[in-house]
Design a protein around this ligand. Sequence first.
Ligand code: RNT
Ligand code: ZN
Length: 419
Amino acid sequence: MSRFEEAVKKYAVLGISVEKALEKLKNVSISLHCWQGDDVRGFDTDPNKPLTGGIQTTGNYPGRARNPEELMADIDKVISLVPGKPKMNLHASYAIFEKGEWVDRDKLEPRHFAKWVQFCKERGLGCDFNPTFFSHPKCDPLTLSSPNEETRKFWIDHGKASIRISSYLAEELGQPCVMNIWTGDGFKDIPGDRLGPRKRYRESIDAILAEPFDFAQVKPCVESKVFGIGVESYTAGSAEFSLAYAAMNKDKCIPLMDNGHYHPTEVVSDKIPAMLAFFDEIALHVTRPVRWDSDHVVLFDDETKEIAKEIVRCGGLEGSVKMALDYFDASINRISAWTVGYRNFQKALLFALLQPVEELKALQDKGNLTKLMVVQEELKTMPFADVWDEFCRVNGAPLDGEWFREVEKYEEEVLLKRN
Ligand code: RNT
Ligand code: ZN
């Protein structure tokens, strides 16, 4: 009997169907963020300008993608190293212009993403989208919450353009497009007015969402944040602001939680069921905060597992939870960073799918909390790795222990030749 067959038997004793878990995970779509490949620089402004909005990449590992061709080649490499098919996730700053052409963000059109559509079509991928409200001369530093009407209008127009681009992506690729609104609007020090920027932010999102779109096809989200570097004292799009906005606009907007955007002892895993008690749909940015929103590579760690567990237990894989990765590490090989994080999140979902959900619920409801603890602890040492290997095998991806060689080869042959 193979190790996998033995694992199937062991899980069957607990009433868990490995086959069902593998089948389920195969069809799960996780968005792969294009911005891990070039340290969030994009193509529409000077790539050497600083990253603003309270986010930061650190490190200068060789091999950063410098243009669309390199970024696409790198993404292809990642796709070959992960099981199944990801969904793409683009920022507006990754617009691809014809030679000699350039338009500012308020004037972006669907055609500036035609090359990405072609990329996705050729690979059978859907695509999510993000207006880019940071790293741009028109961040004053505020965007949608700016008191300067001209600045605010520029960014509203960018949001509207992004809705049109999202509709285009959804239509062309035949999959709904999640369009996330995040701004780094805020202040380093104690503000003189906390309400004004939030009122303007609210009005700006209203204005963006007044652009016509089909809510079945385009899923605008509002992402909250607690603070950022250089924006320590006040964030316009705080948790309460974003949650209240989404709750009051359920017909056109969904809340997005990034697990790097809360106080360090708060956990998004517990927020998922709380939100699903009220929202039909929620969106997530899966990342790993180390002491702050540092956007380290997602590991197969306790909170990632807990997040995945809640998604699975709450029926999130049926479509109610939109999952996207959001991290950017410039200090290690970027292909590896992407691959490790993506595979780890899949692992976490698989680990969650191999749990006797009904039994655990019943134990809790009957008050048998002793057995609940024992069963949950014993699940940790089940032969999960053998099932993961099988998942990789049947979905055309190299196993753990195999794929990194490919990255080393790619680094030598491709990445180190970039400078
Ligand atoms: C920043 C937010 C935001 C960005 C991306 C690039 O703190 O998490 O989602 O990371 O949009
Ligand atoms: Zn995020």
